[in-house]
Ligand binder design. Structure first.
Ligand code: BGC
Length: 366
């Protein structure tokens, strides 16, 4: 059927030799476009398994691209301050304290790329490698399956890790992200999707008026370096209470030590659920366009980060600057620093076991 055709483009035009050195198989970088019966369009590249664009209708059927990003692969590779726009983050999403952990009696050291800590898998994490990719389809969806083998000791982690991430765009305006991984040596694994959304459209100002609900009665407060303290306090009575929908900007200016540490919201929320249950983690509503994003996941946590490090210097696809708090991320995950926090759900994958995780981003409008 015509509207189910998946198109495949060579990704962008010129690869300079400097870039070619950073990315060995530059020629194999591709851009894939998924469409569905409702006119939604999602673009994905196998560089970093990045979602580069998500076109969705508003309440009047008007389309806009709600994902922050660039239109040239060079910009992803050279991005100032590495915002991880749209990427798959791994082998470990978020921070590991001082880039060290002990597993089966052995201490492993990782790159300190966010001093004094390790962030998002290291210097060359899964967001900066070229993945193998193939188009795939089923009844009511079309997708891209991406594969990457992280080698033993890559970025300091133990074990060869074989990762498959499948993006599926369904005719119900859902973007499903299915993760799978196996290893030949016990290793921490915590994969997530790092899209920044602005439901008005990328580059259309801040996200402070977006109304957010997070299904979490508790969160994981952090120290100055954004490492969890290990406590799981209630959100009730704090700016972190999103159990009923409220504008992201309502309490962000409150005097609160946690908001000071994060320069705003940059925290993991403990989702109300039983282990492995697929449940509603968050819902975001943008009042002027009526666009809604609902996120369901099998993960126990979600990192709410509201673009505190964006400062207007980066310009996106439409040439508009990405202003401070011009996008939000809701990264489904296990809690940060779990390899050093015995009371958090384990992130250790053992040989013979299969890491499995699913997150669904559903778009609608009212
Ligand atoms: C982290 C932030 C970080 C951002 C971009 C988020 O997942 O929680 O602290 O600045 O990613 O790197």
């Amino acid at each position: 059927m015509k509207n189910l055709i998946v198109t495949l483009f060579g990704f962008f035009l010129l690869a300079s030799s400097a870039l070619a050195q950073q990315v060995e198989d530059f020629d194999s970088i591709q851009l894939y476009t998924l469409t569905n019966r409702q006119g939604m369009k999602v673009k994905i590249t196998n560089y970093g398994a990045i979602i580069t664009s998500i076109m969705v209708p508003d309440r009047d059927g008007k389309m806009a691209d709600v994902a922050l990003g660039y239109d040239r692969v060079e910009d992803y590779i050279n991005a100032v301050d590495k915002p991880y726009f749209g990427a798959i983050v791994g082998r470990y999403g978020n921070r590991i304290a001082e880039g060290a952990f002990t597993l089966d009696g052995e201490t492993y050291t990782l790159a300190i790329n966010n001093p004094p800590n390790h962030l998002h898998g290291g210097v060359i994490g899964f967001d900066k490698v070229v993945w193998g990719a193939r188009l795939t389809r089923g009844s009511g969806w079309q997708g891209v399956e991406l594969k990457y083998r992280a080698k033993d000791k890559e970025e300091g982690y133990p074990g060869n890790l074989d990762v498959t991430v499948t993006y599926k765009l369904t005719d119900k305006n859902e973007l499903r992200v299915e993760y799978q991984a196996t290893t030949d040596k016990a290793t921490p694994v915590n994969l997530t999707q790092h899209s920044y959304f602005n439901l008005k459209g990328e580059g259309e100002g801040t996200i402070l008026d977006h109304e957010l609900m997070i299904s979490a009665k508790q969160y994981t407060p952090v120290d100055e370096g954004l490492i969890p303290t290990g406590e799981l306090p209630d959100v009730a009575g704090t700016p972190f209470d999103f159990t009923s929908p409220k504008p992201i900007g309502r309490d962000i200016g409150q005097e609160d030590q946690q908001l000071e540490y994060g320069l705003g919201y940059d925290h993991n929320f403990v989702l109300d659920k039983s282990e492995g249950e697929m449940s509603l983690a968050a819902r975001v509503h943008e009042p002027t366009t009526g666009r809604i994003l609902e996120i369901r996941t099998t993960e126990p946590g979600i990192q709410f980060y509201c673009g505190n490090f964006l400062d207007g210097r980066l310009k996106g696809k439409s040439g508009k600057p990405y202003v401070h708090r011009g996008g939000f991320c809701l990264e489904t995950q296990h809690y940060p620093d779990s390899p050093n926090q015995p009371n958090f759900p384990s992130t250790i994958l053992k040989p013979g076991d299969v890491y499995q995780s699913t997150t669904v981003f559903k778009f609608s409008a009212e």
